[in-house]
Ligand binder design. Structure first.
Ligand code: SF4
Ligand code: SF4
Length: 131
């Protein structure tokens, strides 16, 4: 079984919930690590100062209120862009070296909405780690 199929189904399942009920919590909270190119895309025309690169070659973009690419109605302005930050397209379920990692800060995870998909992944032999 290809885990990406199930992971993509899980993400599709929560897409409306993300906007209507969670109100894009993950696009408002804290910061995200992104590359040079992703930084330019997300902050385009918003005049954000580029922070210093970390040892991993990525920037930490700290949200001031919310991500600069988030609209007032909780839409992501760069959602359809192929260069959208990788962390955004992966969140909240990541496939890392054949293992599944899930963000326990995600509202849908906290409310158990993704549980059936995670259970199915587990039954298929994937180890689920929460971070
Ligand atoms: S925190 Fe989870 S449920 Fe909320 S918007 Fe982000 S991915 Fe969706
Ligand atoms: S780029 Fe889009 S999905 Fe990523 S944090 Fe910003 S608004 Fe959210």
């Amino acid at each position: 079984m290809d885990p990406t199929v199930l992971i993509n189904r899980a993400k599709k399942k929560i897409s409306r919930f993300c906007m209507d009920e969670c109100h894009a919590y993950c696009c408002r909270k804290g910061s995200m690590k992104i590359t040079d190119e992703e930084f330019d895309l997300v902050t385009h025309s918003h005049g954000a100062l580029r922070p210093e690169k970390g040892a991993d070659g990525k920037f930490s973009l700290f949200f001031q209120g919310h991500c600069p690419a988030l609209t007032d109605d909780n839409m992501c302005m760069v959602h359809k862009d192929k260069k959208r930050p990788r962390i955004c397209s992966d969140f909240p379920i990541f496939l890392i070296d054949g293992n599944v990692a899930v963000s326990k800060d995600c509202t849908a995870v906290m409310q158990g909405i993704l549980f059936p998909y995670l259970k199915e992944l587990q039954m298929a032999g994937y180890r689920i780690a929460y971070f």
